[in-house]
Write a protein that binds this ligand. Structure first.
Ligand SMILES: Nc1ncnc2c1ncn2[C@@H]1O[C@H](COP(=O)(O)OP(=O)(O)OP(=O)(O)O)[C@@H](O)[C@H]1O
Ligand SMILES: [Mg+2]
Length: 250
């Protein structure tokens, strides 16, 4: 057991000093996935922690693609009952078996699949790079969360954000956790992140999720003096968003 672990440690990507501390928090399953990603050529060096969430940690990683991001789920901390209630409503995962591991891994796979679908549909999201078990690798966006970096022109930013939400809907998805935490301000344009709660527009609660997302967006922009009619915006998004001449905000 000890020998096996030592062998695994030798095949790990190169560690910076500060990572030795972080390395201790990785379980064996995570280490194995990081080794696989390193062998696939996606990780050359683990760089630094970017954010620590309830269920996952985000790290920057050096790779042949440049500096990228690894979102690493802490499987032991995942609230799989909560995940099950959400994922079962998504018709793509309606037949999922109620086992803890299966639910958590489907949740992570769904997040990666959502980012891919969004990207293919033309939504501005980080480029998905690789998925291995509990580790999602994607492009690093050099921007701040909207909550920490208010846009210079809130009206223009909101218009673009609503277009992104409409494009996402056209791609068959609703974000489900949209807020100033999960939108990055990249050069005064929104980039959508954190698709863990992203669901199919075919889900029975898709409209409810969309309107909850739009309500969060409204609350943020209300403080910046820009109003949003959630019901109207929802209707227009669901009908296929078409910008009106001279009036971009639905
Ligand atoms: N691709 C990325 N580029 C730049 N920063 C990112 C990227 N992905 C995540 N981040 C940063 O890390 C934070 C946390 O990421 P994310 O929202 O995906 O996880 P989380 O909210 O902790 O997820 P969960 O609540 O599902 O565990 C983001 O708010 C953002 O600041
Ligand atoms: Mg988040």
């Amino acid at each position: 057991m000890f020998l096996k672990r030592a062998r695994l440690a030798r095949s790990m990507p190169k560690w910076k000093e500060e990572w030795k501390v972080w390395g201790n928090v990785f379980d064996r399953y995570t280490e194995e996935n990081l080794v696989k990603l390193s062998k696939q050529g996606h990780i050359t060096e683990l760089v630094s922690p970017l954010s620590i969430g309830k269920e996952s940690n985000i790290f920057t990683v050096a790779s042949p693609h440049g500096t990228i991001v690894a979102k690493i789920y802490r499987v032991q901390n995942c609230n799989f009952k909560h995940m099950y209630d959400y994922i079962i409503a998504d018709p793509r995962y309606g037949n999922i078996k109620p086992g803890k591991r299966q639910i958590i891994l489907s949740w992570i796979t769904r997040e990666f699949r959502n980012i891919m679908l969004a990207r293919q549909g033309g939504v501005t999201v980080p480029k998905p790079i690789a998925l291995e078990g509990n580790v999602i690798m994607m492009e690093l966006i050099d921007g701040q969360q909207l909550k920490d970096d208010a846009p210079d022109n809130p009206k223009a930013f909101l218009d673009t954000l609503l277009k992104e939400v409409a494009t996402l809907w056209k791609a068959g998805l609703v974000h489900g956790d949209l807020s100033a935490f999960n939108v990055l301000n990249f050069q005064q344009k929104p980039v959508l992140i954190d698709f863990s709660q992203g669901s199919s527009v075919e889900a029975f609660n898709a409209q409810e999720l969309l309107e909850r997302d739009l309500t969060n967006v409204r609350e943020y922009f209300r403080k910046l003096g820009v109003p949003l009619d959630v019901v109207r915006a929802s209707k227009r998004i669901r009908q296929g968003y078409k910008p009106q001449r001279g009036r971009d905000t639905p």
